[in-house]
Ligand binder design. Structure first.
Ligand SMILES: *Cc1c(COP(=O)(O)O)cnc(C)c1O
Length: 447
């Protein structure tokens, strides 16, 4: 494969793109339960227009593109207001949830270092076992030790355990609102108090909930305070490309005050390329993603988000009711919003085999482990498919019960095997090998 000697006609290339897309998962018919937050063609066209208006612009230099700095500023202000922040809250837009979770780890590590905390040993952060994997990545990238706190029976973090894990090397406590795997909100108020008592920063990962929970609360659902209204919370991450329904590449990272954010700024004064400053991880920052995020917040508005939240919650309730009507299945814990896990309560109804059956029926479902379960992230358009989904789920459960050998085939067999591998590190080694093939010169896909 080489770059074509003579460029192809643009229309031909676009046709190829459209063709390749056909083999992908079908989110437009709401068959996916993660990855895409789709509101339909009209909103998508609007985002495309907003994005393309700024497709060449670069937020690397806020002096050159004052428009983008203004969008970023306004997105930060709108988000801060939504999340209970006052006028002192500051922040940046980032490329997504991962960047909004990586940066606080680096920032609080360097803040602690600047104060001479943890001089001799590796800095540590304490996070629930259910914390998003982006934090594990941050631990590796920035040399901060991840200390996991166990979960209570309801899958929220055990605050007493967190207390006991604090030591002189702790630079940060993290909680989720809600957690990605189980969709439950950690006891943020209690964690905030612990953080204050120990004079530690406390970050709330609200990548999923940031642009949904405030509206769910307005609808009258019981949502515990999870944002800047909790005194100990020092920073929050919230993804606009999730329930903000923006184009991909947009998240916001907010700090209670400049005193924290300033440790994130990067300045290199002696670079031959000039004095370089950067507020976040990226160098070149795509103007389109920033403009589209701003546009999404402006166009949907508070009333729009409230209406979308109503649909999401009603759909979630209908789905959970459907799942509970199947005797062999249960929803894990009592998730506050629209993300949840469900598993099998019957030995002969292997949950991953049920997942395989759902995939055969055209659904894209994600699998969880410890405990084994399937996962759902509900969006407004799932409203249309509740009955179809539950009917297929019923059929899938029946099919698996009728044929137990299905648990020994397909993905179910793979996951079953992984769960049984006794030696730590074996799975990781195998997966790394697989990655070398996928990313190798021949792009060997495992399926
Ligand atoms: C999605 C998510 C992230 C990571 O965000 P990306 O946009 O996928 O990089 C981090 N934390 C939580 C809770 C999330 O749901």
């Amino acid at each position: 494969m080489e770059i074509p000697e003579k460029g192809l006609a643009r229309e031909q290339v676009l046709e190829m793109l459209r063709e390749f897309k056909e083999g992908d998962v079908n989110y437009r018919d709401s068959k996916t339960w993660s990855l895409v937050y789709y509101l339909g063609d009209e909103h998508t066209r609007f985002l495309v227009e907003a994005y393309s208006t700024f497709i060449s612009e670069n937020a690397l230099n806020p002096m050159a593109f004052k428009s983008l700095k203004r969008f970023e500023h306004e997105v930060v202000r709108m988000s801060a207001g939504l999340l209970g922040g006052d006028d002192n809250v500051v922040g940046v837009m980032t490329s997504g949830g991962t960047e909004s979770c990586l940066l606080p780890v680096m920032t609080y590590r360097d803040r602690a270092a600047s104060k001479g905390l943890f001089r001799s040993k590796k800095p540590e952060m304490i996070a629930p076992r259910s914390i998003h994997v982006a934090w594990e990545k941050a631990a590796r990238y920035f040399g901060v030790k991840m200390v996991h706190a166990p979960l209570r029976k309801d899958l929220r973090v055990d605050v007493e355990a967190v207390k006991k894990l604090i030591n002189r090397n702790t630079v940060l406590i993290v909680g989720s609102a809600p957690s990605y795997p189980h969709g439950v909100i950690d006891p943020i108020a209690e964690l905030g108090q612990v953080a204050q008592e120990h004079n530690l920063p406390f970050h709330v990962d609200s990548c999923l909930g940031g642009f949904l929970l405030p509206f769910v609360e307005q609808l009258g659902y019981e949502i515990p305070a999870f944002d800047f209204r909790v005194p100990g919370v020092t920073s929050i991450s919230a993804d606009i490309h999730k329930y903000g329904y923006s184009a991909k590449g947009a998240s916001v990272l907010l700090y209670r005050k400049m005193d924290y954010l300033k440790h994130q700024f990067f300045v290199h004064e002696s670079w031959p390329g000039g004095v370089f400053i950067s507020p976040a991880l990226l160098g070149t920052r795509p103007g389109g993603a920033i403009a589209a995020a701003w546009a999404s917040l402006k166009a949907i508005g508070m009333e729009g988000y409230l209406e979308l939240a109503r649909k999401v919650m009603e759909t979630t309730e209908a789905l959970q009711e459907g799942i509970r009507s199947i005797p062999e299945l249960e929803v894990l814990s009592d998730p506050e919003m629209s993300v949840f896990a469900y598993r099998s309560t019957a030995k002969k109804a292997n949950i991953f085999a049920i997942g395989d059956q759902m995939e055969e029926r055209g659904w894209q479902v994600d699998r969880l482990q410890h405990p084994e379960a399937l996962h759902a992230m509900v969006t407004p358009l799932h409203e249309r498919i509740v009955e179809e989904f539950i009917a297929d789920l019923k059929r899938s459960v029946e099919r698996v019960i009728a044929d137990p050998s299905l648990a020994k085939k397909g993905n179910a067999a793979l996951y079953g095997m992984i769960a049984k591998v006794p030696l730590k590190g074996v799975v990781k080694k195998e997966v790394l090998k697989m990655m070398e093939q996928i990313y190798g010169p021949e792009m060997k896909m495992p399926y």
